[in-house]
Design a protein around this ligand. Structure first.
Ligand SMILES: NC(=O)c1ccc[n+]([C@@H]2O[C@H](COP(=O)([O-])OP(=O)(O)OC[C@H]3O[C@@H](n4cnc5c(N)ncnc54)[C@H](O)[C@@H]3O)[C@@H](O)[C@H]2O)c1
Length: 283
């Protein structure tokens, strides 16, 4: 039986595991503790029930859940043939996970890096299989977003690209191939926009609702940048801007102090119930 490992059961891991299971794949979903895994399964149950209402396919939650097993610790994905990693956007956290995966998984296992800004070649370098490491930047919410960025690293082999493209096709995704560069295409632009929007609030130029209204009303964006920050996770925005700032050594990516304060205060957006806005539920 072919199993796909999904490491990290947060915002993205939940979406990736649901998308995989809903398209017939057996999944082992991994996180640091049982509590997070239980919350992830509850979120997948809610999201599959709501799928039709949200414009997606009708899904049977029991059938989707029957394809997902869970495990604590990255070693739980040892038997997977492909692993999709979605842990916190922090280099030390990701590095440790890849060292474990490299030691535990078979030599043929492909590691798919889902990151906002960390270069794929840097991740590949901490493994003994740089030819079998590739980036896929999924969009959020994963089951609802048909396009991903596909990012081969410096050493990624044509076979790894092909295996990853096949999996993405089976998940119903169209892959846009881009070169390995911190932030890729989407987040070089999006993170700058969100960071600058946070500066507008930080400096008192406008409140969050006014900033978002300008983007929705004037530019026709379905969501403003600060609503988007809450959807992505304010902490994840901060970590991504920090990665860009460090990688390019360019002051245009200087992280807004308000993002730092909100992250420290636990205002992480939808997933924590409060960010730039307040939410009734943390789904
Ligand atoms: N949120 C988005 O919209 C979005 C979009 C595209 C890509 N990404 C990227 O996807 C990755 C995950 O983002 P997220 O929004 O899901 O973050 P998140 O904070 O919601 O979830 C991260 C999960 O990783 C888990 N984790 C941390 N260390 C771990 C370890 N050692 N072993 C197992 N699990 C561990 C955490 O417990 C948490 O559940 C990040 O690299 C992020 O940049 C996020």
């Amino acid at each position: 039986m072919t199993v796909t490992g999904v490491i990290g059961a947060g915002v993205m891991g939940v979406g990736v595991a649901q998308n995989l299971a809903a398209t017939g794949h057996d999944v082992v979903l991994v996180d640091k503790d049982e509590k997070t895994l239980a919350a992830a399964l509850a979120a997948i149950t809610r999201n599959t029930r709501m799928s039709r209402l949200m414009g997606g396919p009708a899904l049977d939650p029991d059938e989707v859940l029957s394809r997902i097993t869970t495990a604590v610790g990255a070693a739980g994905a040892a038997k997977a043939e492909i692993v999709i990693e979605n842990v916190t956007e922090n280099w030390d956290v990701k590095r440790e996970v890849y060292e474990t995966l490299d030691a535990e998984c078979g030599p043929g296992t492909v590691f798919v890096v889902n990151t906002s800004a960390i270069p794929i070649t840097k991740v590949a370098a901490v493994t003994g299989r740089p030819d079998r490491v590739i980036g896929v930047h999924f969009m959020n919410p994963v089951p609802a977003k048909p396009v991903v960025e596909l990012i081969p690293g410096f050493h990624t082999s044509p076979e790894t690209i092909e295996r990853t493209e096949n999996l993405l096709r089976a998940m119903g995704k169209k892959a846009v191939r881009v070169k390995d560069s911190s932030g890729f295409v989407s987040n070089r632009v999006l993170m700058l926009t969100v960071n600058e929007a946070a500066y507008l609030v930080h400096e008192g130029v406008a409140d969050a609702a006014s900033v978002d209204e300008v983007f929705r009303g004037c530019f026709g964006h379905p969501m403003g940048p600060l609503e988007t920050a809450d959807l992505i996770g304010v902490d994840t925005i901060l970590y991504s801007v920090e990665v860009l700032y460090e990688h390019y050594a360019d002051s245009k990516y200087r992280p807004c102090p308000l993002l730092k304060q909100m992250t420290d205060a636990g205002l992480h957006g939808r997933k924590s119930g409060r960010g730039f806005y307040t939410y009734a539920s943390t789904n």
